[in-house]
Design a protein. Structure first.
Length: 220
């Protein structure tokens, strides 16, 4: 097994190199360590190596792991990067510091109610189905303006767009399209890029990269 501190240093140096090529700075890119399916004992060494921003796919799994980890370690920032069911909106708003998967009108309503109830305004990314894939979550590109307008009317703090490009196709055109869409709509955030393509994403404007296996190793 690779030492977590070495893996973290390697990923950070790759982000810095990619940023430099694009005449950006590494500080413009938030590294989200994707800890989904990994137990607390696998996550703790990465926290001890200095990582503080983590991503989870499921509300229930995060509820099981993170309260105890947060008691032991200060400054943890938790991002929900997986699909969110409307009936889990209250739990998500209570637990997460950022939600990357806002993708439909019913979820706008559920999140607005949850945020109004708790007084927490949790930053959100709208997930765009950038490759128009039937099996993937995310709103259609054509539906983005209406969904964004609805979210803003509901006082949701939408800070950017998120995408997962199609597998086994060169991701650069999809990242470039998300970058353009975010710019066209006045949004600063671009949540794009994973272990296999985060350097390309950084060169094309990513502000948040979601990296799992490059930090934790391949899941069994």
């Amino acid at each position: 097994m690779t030492d977590p501190a070495s893996s973290l240093a390697d990923v950070k140096s790759r982000i810095a190199r990619a940023a430099a090529i694009a005449r950006r700075t590494a500080s413009e890119v938030t590294l989200i360590a994707v800890s989904k399916t990994h137990p607390a004992q696998a996550i703790a060494p990465l926290i001890e190596a200095g990582q503080r921003v983590f991503g989870e796919n499921r509300v229930q799994e995060a509820q099981d792991k993170w309260p105890a980890l947060r008691e032991l370690h200060e400054g943890i920032e938790l991002h929900l990067i997986g699909q969110l069911q409307s009936n889990k909106a209250d739990d998500a708003v209570a637990l997460f510091d950022c939600i990357h998967s806002l993708d439909r009108s019913s979820l706008v309503s559920a999140l607005a109610r949850a945020m109004d109830k708790t007084g927490r305004r949790v930053p959100c990314f709208i997930q765009v189905n950038i490759g128009a894939e039937d099996q993937k979550g995310g709103c259609a590109i054509a539906a983005l303006p209406a969904l964004l307008a609805e979210a803003r009317t509901a006082d949701l703090p939408v800070i950017g767009l998120m995408c997962v490009p199609p597998l086994e196709i060169e991701p650069a055109p999809f990242f470039a399209l998300l970058d353009k869409l975010a710019g066209d709509h006045g949004l600063a955030g671009r949540s794009m890029g994973m272990s296999g393509d985060f350097e390309t994403a950084v060169m094309l404007g990513a502000t948040h990269v979601r990296v799992g296996s490059a930090l934790f190793g391949a899941r069994g």
